[in-house]
Ligand binder design. Structure first.
Ligand SMILES: O=C(O)C(=O)C[C@]1(C(=O)O)C=C[C@@H](O)C=C1
Length: 302
């Protein structure tokens, strides 16, 4: 049976996301970088990590860990609705709650609810929503903002359920593996890249994006993170519709490789919402094939 590490401990949203990828032996790991380290070291076959939330944005620990060290490729994506339970030790009432702990992304998603319902509480950041539940159980904090499943793993009481400032919030998760397990194109795929552009050349970001637009490739996300060396240098994370096995995507990637300082492929994988990613007219694999045959004939003198 394959082994999947997830950002734990038991009872995180990430554990739920990991289980959505099918049967496996699931291994809880305390931090996002250590999930990726376990995959790189071959201790597990795959690792599941959060990558972005619709309210609070990117999970920067995931982005940084994917761009550094040995490459890992995303092979699957899951999107989960995010609504929280507020967990306390049994008998604790709202007015007794002086500290409310959780992952910073979770605290940001219940900021208004806390202000309205736990007016005496100071928010405290923990490594994950489930780590907060563990620490509440240990008596370190009074309340945890946790995934609803956490109550099944820790002997805590639900002070409130179905808590969310934005009722439609979702978090996106990726399943990562070592290179060598590229999923087949499905026509409903996403490709992720990290690109370092020539920052001192005017128009280099516009040129990068134009290479995608020219080939009819839909960009679904762009984020930047500092390169950490010199101030003003960034790495751009691009998500786009399509699979590296398709000609228009392969063509765009080879061009980006040629014009950029660095391109890291982060995976081509089926989209969680299964929305189509097919090529627009004149950009299909057949169109590329026909154009390549025409070029070959011209070169042969026909
Ligand atoms: O701590 C967890 O339960 C996680 O899985 C992490 C995480 C995140 O990083 O965004 C996942 C979903 C919620 O948005 C809050 C926290």
């Amino acid at each position: 049976m394959s082994r999947i590490a997830y950002f734990g401990p038991r009872g995180t949203f990430t554990e739920q996301a990991a289980r959505s990828f099918g049967d496996a032996e699931f291994v809880a790991v305390e931090t996002v970088p250590s999930v990726l380290a376990a995959v790189r070291a071959g201790e597990v076959d795959a690792g599941c990590v959060p990558v972005e939330n619709s309210v609070e944005g990117a999970v920067t620990a995931t982005m940084d860990a994917m761009a550094e060290d040995e490459p890992l490729y995303a092979v699957g994506e899951a999107v989960l609705p995010v609504r929280f339970s507020i967990l306390t030790r049994p008998g604790v009432k709202a007015e007794d709650v002086k500290t409310v702990a959780s992952h910073p992304h979770a605290l940001a998603q219940v900021r208004y609810w806390i202000a309205d319902n736990l007016p005496n509480a100071v928010p405290v950041a923990t490594t994950s929503t489930a780590a907060a539940a563990v620490q509440v159980n240990d008596g370190e904090f009074d309340a945890a903002v946790s995934a609803p499943v956490a109550v099944m793993h820790y002997p805590l009481a639900e002070l409130a359920t179905d808590v969310a400032d934005v009722g439609t919030a979702v978090t996106r998760f990726l399943l990562l593996r070592k290179p060598g397990h590229l999923p087949q194109p499905t026509g409903r795929d996403r490709t992720s890249l990290a690109v370092v552009i020539a920052h001192d050349e005017p128009g280099s970001l516009a040129n990068t994006l134009s290479e995608l637009a020219l080939r009819g490739i839909n960009l679904t996300r762009i984020e930047s993170r500092p390169l950490r060396g010199l101030f003003g240098e960034y790495r751009f994370y691009l998500d786009l519709d399509g699979h590296i096995g398709e000609q228009r995507v392969a063509d765009a990637l080879t061009t980006l490789h040629r014009i950029s300082r660095q391109v890291r492929f982060l995976g081509s994988y089926p989209k969680a919402d299964q929305s189509p990613s097919e090529a627009p007219p004149r950009s299909t694999d057949a169109d590329y094939q026909a154009a390549a045959e025409w070029l070959a004939k011209v070169r042969e003198g026909h």
